[in-house]
Design a protein around this ligand. Structure first.
Ligand SMILES: [Zn+2]
Length: 395
């Protein structure tokens, strides 16, 4: 059954330069219409000349965007850290030790408990217009706990990331090499069948350049594509390691040197910015303008996790990117849709041109700018995923 959405006030397409290509630059049209058929976008054009369709939806001047692509999220965990957040806001510094408390709770949890928490977050994301998301392991840190994390994640998304190298768990205290051997050996073997990506937290206090490279090389050999947590808490080798490994994405990029920026600009590695983290840890934001000026591809993602940033809202990240990182509303929306698709090496999402998956977000607003103009306001009218209405109602 085909569906025509007509009277669209602003249709953001991010149309590719070539038909059938992945997302192109930001592109939008006023007074537009869109046809979905068999799960794909079949046609876009002016509302005055729409083709026939089985079903007609009247957008009544509202904006229609590609569904958000959240390319960085940690959704498989147990417990919560609200008190830690409150203490941090009261002046205590962010400490990496918080991750260990989530690891302990996750190990104690049953599969149904982990799955219930995961599905609750996925529902939250869907209701806020996210139609593609990545999901990392990294709170199990034993072979069976990491394996079940990626297995549960694979039930909700094809974009599963093996993050055994999140932190060194307490039982390997003082034996980083021993833990890296586990991550690159039996744990990778148990997780690779359920994952598409391999990730490592390359940071002082987590994993250094050599250890991170070893994890990415081993992951690559097991068929996984690298991505890296890089340069979040201070300057370091993360971006360099990511670019050298041909990573799809270097994530955080808060503390970069000029050579880091140049390396990103001359590579296919996307810089994924996670401004919800800086908001929630009260840290300086990444310099998005510096990256954009250098020609780096920038994605925005939530980093949804129970410690450093517990938001699942891409709209919130867009608002932060505009207000705090001086991105234009067009740049921010592009980075939250097409940029995320680039970071996940996907050509079928992040845009709404014929042939793309019909992942469609209708806002209760006339333009994409309202995502930043009306921060904190729920603006989701309706969400379609592969042509199926999955949240809200267009009525
Ligand atoms: Zn993260």
């Amino acid at each position: 059954m085909s569906t025509l959405i007509t009277n669209i006030g602003e249709l953001v397409t991010n149309a590719p330069r070539q038909p059938g290509g992945g997302p192109g630059p930001f592109a939008a049209a006023a007074n537009a219409a869109l046809v979905m058929d068999a799960g794909l976008v079949a046609w876009t054009g002016p509302a005055s000349r729409p083709p026939a369709a089985d079903e007609i939806v009247d957008a009544r001047g509202r904006a229609v965007l590609p569904g958000f692509v959240d390319s960085h999220a940690h959704l498989v965990f147990a417990g919560e850290r609200g008190a830690e957040f409150a203490a941090r806001m009261a002046g205590e510094p962010y400490r990496a030790g918080g991750i260990a408390s989530t690891v302990a709770a996750t190990r104690r949890a049953t599969d149904p408990e982990l799955s219930a928490g995961l599905h609750r977050l996925v529902g939250e994301m869907t209701r806020q217009g996210t139609t593609t998301f990545e999901c990392k392991s990294g709170y199990g840190l034993t072979v069976p706990d990491e394996a079940r994390s990626v297995r549960l994640a694979a039930e909700v998304t094809p974009e599963v990331t093996y993050l055994g190298a999140h932190i060194v768990p307490p039982e390997f205290d003082g034996d980083v090499a021993g833990y890296v051997d586990l991550v690159c050996g039996p744990m990778l073997g148990a997780c690779a069948p359920h994952a598409r990506w391999v990730d490592v937290f390359c940071e002082r206090g987590a994993f250094g350049a050599d250890e991170a490279t070893a994890v990415l090389v081993a992951g690559r050999a097991a068929g996984l594509i690298p991505r890296v947590h890089a340069n979040q808490l201070g300057p370091g080798p993360g971006v360099r390691v990511a670019v050298a490994a041909g990573a799809a994405s270097a994530d955080h990029c808060t503390h970069l040197t000029d050579p880091d920026v140049a390396a990103l600009a001359s590579s296919a590695t996307v810089a994924t910015l996670l401004p919800g983290v800086e908001f929630s840890t009260r840290q300086p934001y990444p310099d998005a303008r510096r990256l954009l000026s250098a020609g780096v591809t920038v994605a925005l993602a939530t980093d949804c996790n129970p410690g450093s940033c517990f938001t699942s809202s891409m709209a919130f990240c867009v608002a932060l990117a505009v207000r705090e990182m001086r991105m234009t509303t067009q740049e921010a929306v592009w980075s939250a849709t097409a940029g995320g698709a680039r970071a996940l090496q996907r050509t079928d999402v992040g845009h709404l041109s014929p042939g793309a998956r019909a992942d469609v977000l209708m806002l209760d607003a006339p333009s994409h700018a309202y995502l930043a103009y009306r921060p904190g306001v729920p603006l989701t009218a309706a969400v379609w995923k592969a042509g199926h209405l999955v949240a809200g109602s267009p009525a």
